[in-house]
Design a binder for this molecule. Sequence first.
Ligand code: 7PM
Length: 287
Amino acid sequence: MAPTQLRCGDLSISLASPLVMAIVNVTPDSFSDGGSYHSAQGQLQLTAVLNRVEAMLQEGADIIDVGGESTRPGAIPVSLEDELARVIPVIEAIRKRFDVVVSVDTSRPEVISQAADAGAGIINDVRALELPGALAAAANTSLPVCLMHMRGSPQTMQANTEYDDCLNEVHAYLAGRQRAALDASIAGDNILLDPGFGFGKTEQHNLALINQLYRFHDLECPLLVGVSRKSTIGTILNKPVEERLVGSLVLAYESLRQGAKILRVHDVGPTVDMVKMYNALDQNRGS
Ligand code: 7PM
């Protein structure tokens, strides 16, 4: 059975109803979360981050996802020093001010360890703990981990989007990474899985992942899905990133219908309303 509760360090969260994970991207080239938290001189502005987090919490966010590496297709890799300098002070400042679970969007073992020390409660890795030392670093924190499927690297992922059978490949990959995490002594009920919408996949693959999300339930892990503002929505609607809210909500709603437990989003308020409507319908079902 998939767990119904996550122990995220000193805080616990229930998975009895779906959770909203709010994106806080602290890269200077942040493209789609509206806020840039850097001054004209390139200095990270902690008060700007904290004001944004406060607003997201007022809108009903359950988890704050802090990332300092741009995983945008074709993005330039960030150095370890820059990633640490972006992410660690932000996690510390959020946890000092708010009682909220912070997830850290990273792949590097050094960032995993220091983020946990700074108060992070979830490790969110688009590389599914594949970097050397990442499994051991994550296991050492005893925190929940999110393992995501990506084809290739952010630099190369859209260059090869051919699969024999995308769904089967993603499923087999996640099953393999779940096995690797278990073998590294990460507890089974500390593993979240994510099919990686938009990471090295075509529009048709991305749609099939949502339509057939139910197929991942046999792995008995809570499912996390990130569709917010992604380019498949832009292609279908022919709309720029700031006009993709309705498309994002439709895909997020279908993900909930298929049993997703965590939605990673930019637009917290509208997503929280959608989740409340989904919950109301869900509770009414069969009556
Ligand atoms: C440019 C393109 C910038 C895409 C950022 C992105 C996911 C994630 C991201 C996801 C999990 C974004 C993505 N996407 N982590 N990190 N699942 N677990 O839209 O789908 O934020 S980065």
